[in-house]
Design a protein around this ligand. Structure first.
Ligand SMILES: [Zn+2]
Ligand SMILES: [Zn+2]
Length: 109
């Protein structure tokens, strides 16, 4: 699920999640891995480095690139806001990129 990740320290959002991240499960620090997070633009263009995509890079290692506050709180929860994806043809909004893809295949092909 694509969400914007908000830092609990500075309130900024530098990362988003990809569809490996399941917000319904509210994964705790143990199950949250770097490969669920994607550095957003324009920070990629600024040359900021994304999290190392190693499987050991989890939980409190996942820190805000600006203020270094770990993303998970004491209960291992990360502050995320669901980001919808929009159909470029009819402007319907979908939460899951997979649903949008199915919609496009069904309605606009
Ligand atoms: Zn921060
Ligand atoms: Zn559409």
């Amino acid at each position: 699920m694509i969400c914007d990740v908000y830092c609990r320290g500075c309130g900024e959002s530098f990362h988003s999640t990809n569809d490996k991240f399941d917000r319904e499960l509210d994964p705790d620090g143990e199950h949250m891995t770097a490969d669920m997070f994607v550095l957003k633009e324009p920070y990629v263009s600024y040359g900021w480095s994304d999290f190392p995509k190693d499987s050991w890079y989890t939980g409190n290692s996942l820190c805000c690139p600006s203020c270094e506050t770990p993303y998970p709180d004491s209960e291992g929860r990360v502050k995320t806001v669901v980001k919808s994806v929009t159909c470029k043809v009819c402007w319907k909004e979908y939460v899951h990129p997979g649903s949008l893809k199915r919609h496009v295949e069904k309605e606009h092909s």
